[in-house]
Write a protein that binds this ligand. Structure first.
Ligand code: HEM
Length: 397
């Protein structure tokens, strides 16, 4: 019988993790299926990660997160409590997801492609091509926040607010109470913003995702409060994750000139190249769960109410599943699938739409800017996320 104390401890602040997080995780994954850290149990094995993500003995870790942060009573906490994140498996979670999984599933998302392509073109048209530019602000933040504006029928000028709000509220995942004040304020601003957008859309129903959600509400599939919570959630979960993943893709692909050239010559390879980017350097280094009962895992009894983290980075760099994990190979088989978007009843609602966004950005860049030159790039890695800290480049080389 394994006890908690028998598990190897991973310190996310240790110099080896900070310097080389994915190889460090690979080292753990090669030797151990489970580990522990300050935040809870870490799962390093790919199959165990996948099972935990899908297994019904594990529920959402969000309520504990809010408790850790000490979010005060008020509109932000009240929104959080009623949003999808606080619901465990069951009828309410299933019912709440149905309209979104229809509208943003593979086919639903595909109908956004032409407009996403237009947003990508218009955004690049504003970026100088012959001088160093900060692609984090000029490109990575703008694409997802402008796509959100398109979904809710808002003027494109609102994108900056949307992007700033998403970056701020996503700080909940730092588990750092010093962020609580700004997170709370930003949620309140987003709630007010969404109320304005819903009212505007009701006054002038067009052919937007928001109008479709309003129609689903009027047909009785969501309450007015649930509609509002979804429109906030789509902003909350969107720009921050998508912006960093776009940046990661640009850096990983453009820093390999032969790959960049190959994609430019054959853009049909872009989707599989992006699958490898999300395997090799995922935005999501872990997702979170909490045990709903005592659970047996690999000889360890995990008591009820324990925070558990399927460590996606470790799973993706586990040589038992991904041979030579440090080799970036756009021709890797598509199975096992990457876990960047989690899975099952908790899976990322935006995964198809954001994949289209990144495909369109990269397909545009490899064909229009074959000589793109990276000037300065940087990453930081928390236990939860990969973030891009710098991305300066000259588009026309
Ligand atoms: C590359 C960008 C993105 C990444 C890496 C990402 C990743 C994730 C992950 C790991 C989860 C948790 C899944 C789980 O625990 O099983 C999640 C949940 C979620 N994501 Fe994303 N996401 C991205 C973009 C988006 C976008 C663009 C949207 C919406 C427009 C979105 C909406 C959501 C929502 C609503 C949830 C909560 C689902 C639920 O609790 O049922 N995400 N995402």
């Amino acid at each position: 019988m394994t006890t908690l104390q028998d598990l190897p401890e991973i310190d996310f602040t240790a110099p080896d993790y900070v310097a080389a997080p994915l190889p460090t995780l690979a080292g753990f994954a090669e030797r151990f299926k489970l580990g522990r850290s300050q935040r809870g149990i870490e799962i390093f094995d790919y199959d165990l990660c996948r099972d935990t993500i899908l297994n019904r003995s594990f529920g959402t870790g969000h309520p504990r997160l809010m408790h850790l942060l000490g979010l005060p009573e008020g509109p932000a906490l009240s929104y959080k409590r009623r949003s999808i994140s606080f619901h465990n498996r069951g009828e309410t979670r299933r019912r709440l997801r149905v309209p979104l999984t229809k509208l943003m599933g593979p086919e639903g998302s595909e109908r956004f492609r032409t407009d996403i392509r237009r947003v990508v073109r218009e955004t690049f048209a504003e970026i100088p091509t012959d001088e160093p530019v900060d692609l984090l602000t000029e490109l990575c933040d703008r694409i997802p926040s402008r796509v959100y504006c398109y979904w809710v029928g808002a003027p494109m000028q609102d994108a900056e607010f949307v992007s700033h709000a998403s970056h701020t509220v996503q700080q909940v995942h730092t588990r750092d109470p010093s962020t609580t004040h700004s997170v709370t304020q930003s949620f309140e601003d987003l709630l007010d913003y969404v109320d304005t957008r819903v009212a505007a859309a009701r006054a002038n129903m067009g052919d937007t995702l928001l109008a479709d959600l309003i129609r689903a509400t009027d047909a009785g599939h969501l309450s007015a409060d649930e509609l509002r919570n979804w429109v906030v959630k789509l902003a909350e979960a969107n720009t921050d994750n998508s912006s960093h993943q776009i940046g990661i893709a640009v850096i990983e692909l453009a820093s390999r000139p032969e790959v960049w050239r190959t994609l430019g010559q054959d853009p049909k390879l872009v989707p599989q190249a992006l699958r490898e980017v999300m395997r090799y350097h995922p935005r999501s280094l872990s997702t979170s769960r909490e045990t709903l009962e005592d659970v047996e895992m690999d000889g360890l009894t995990i008591p009820k109410a324990t925070p558990v983290f399927p460590n996606i980075g470790a799973a993706h760099w586990n040589p038992n599943y991904f041979p030579e994990p440090d080799r970036f190979d756009i021709h890797r088989p598509d199975k096992p699938a990457h876990l960047n978007f989690g899975g099952g009843i908790f899976s990322c609602i935006g995964r198809f739409a954001v994949t289209i966004e990144i495909e369109e950005v990269i397909a545009y860049m490899v064909t229009q800017f074959p000589d793109l030159r990276l000037i300065r790039t940087g990453f930081s890695h928390s236990p939860m996320f990969t973030s891009v800290t710098e991305l300066d480049a000259v588009l026309a080389g």
